[in-house]
Design a protein around this ligand. Structure first.
Ligand SMILES: C[S@@+](CC[C@H](N)C(=O)[O-])C[C@H]1O[C@@H](n2cnc3c(N)ncnc32)[C@H](O)[C@@H]1O
Length: 290
């Protein structure tokens, strides 16, 4: 049987899979711009700036650093005089840690590196002003979310802020993989966890939680078959299945047909993302919508 979800994720977050990753981000880079523009991050960092020391931030499952890259481009952080953020990176892939580190520039300063899973993180309790995980925890199995998220809660200062952005089950990222497993893996293998499972696990940990949903559409021309194929392969971390096979194997064929728009000859993938803020008290859920 093919390797399970987490192992395939690790195989694809590697130097060997760089070309596939870059093709994926031709379509998915925008995911992070939406996150950077949904909240007023400059206002949030501005308020945290009142603290008289460099801020400490943990980027959990940092991937290739598309979220800090988007914040540096779109969040207006450059207006904040004196902002300095010690930016720690955690990811089981050393490729990801290297990639994310290269993106960082002021006010973000590369800090500690943890090459491990969130579940295995020996975190510094009460050390962080901010901990976030953006499109990051899909490969943490649902039953391990409590262990992982407890680390994210524990690492926060009493007045720290946590943030998780993760696809919901009825949106493309998570829903596609459910249908993919059904069609091509006999329903076997670990499903991606989704934003609702993250929110539920955080609530069970007893922290203050506020969540909202972000919806948008990823559009790809049906004429760009290679891009479409590598995007979908990356969504499932499986490059052994061709586009042709996906388009002809049920129930995936029906799902993909439902995304196809005849008039424009495009595929429209509907994204539904759960955005969850958490903190030790309601008063610290300080992110304002933009
Ligand atoms: C889509 S990327 C995250 C994107 C990133 N937030 C960004 O800003 O570009 C997902 C990352 O999760 C990592 N990952 C997978 N399982 C993990 C786990 N259990 N704990 C921590 N990271 C994990 C992968 O190695 C990969 O680098």
């Amino acid at each position: 049987m093919a390797a399970d979800t987490f192992q395939r994720s690790c195989d694809h977050w590697s130097d060997d899979a760089r070309a596939e990753m870059e093709a994926f981000y031709e379509l998915a880079r925008i995911d992070y711009r939406y996150l950077a523009e949904t909240y007023d991050w400059a206002d949030a960092f501005g308020r945290l700036l009142a603290r008289d020391e460099p801020l400490r931030l943990a980027d959990i499952a940092c991937g290739s650093g598309k979220f800090p890259e988007a914040l540096l481009s779109y969040a207006g952080l450059e207006q904040l005089d004196g902002l300095k953020v010690h930016y720690d990176l955690l990811d089981p892939s050393d490729f990801s840690v290297r990639e994310a580190k290269q993106v960082l520039r002021p006010p973000f300063e590369a800090g500690a590196e943890y090459c491990c899973t969130l579940q295995d993180w020996d975190c510094d309790a009460g050390a962080y002003d901010i901990a976030w995980a953006t499109h990051a925890l899909y490969c943490v199995p649902a039953e391990e979310l409590p262990t992982g998220l407890e680390k994210m809660v524990r690492c926060l200062k009493p007045d720290g802020l946590g943030f998780v952005a993760q696809g919901l089950r009825d949106g493309h990222y998570v829903g596609f993989y459910d249908v993919f497993r059904e069609a091509l893996q006999d329903g076997q293998g670990t499903p991606y966890s989704d934003g609702a499972q993250v929110e539920a696990a955080l609530r069970r940990l007893g922290v203050s939680v506020r969540s909202r949903q972000l919806n948008y559409t990823t559009v790809v021309s049906a004429g760009r078959e290679e891009l479409l194929e590598s995007y979908l392969q990356r969504c499932a971390f499986d490059d052994s299945v061709s586009l042709e096979k996906m388009l002809s194997t049920e129930p995936l064929a029906t799902y993909l047909a439902s995304c196809y728009q005849q008039g424009s000859h495009e595929y429209h993938f509907e994204q539904r993302i759960g955005l969850t803020l958490f903190a030790h008290s309601d008063a610290r859920l300080i992110l304002r919508d933009r």
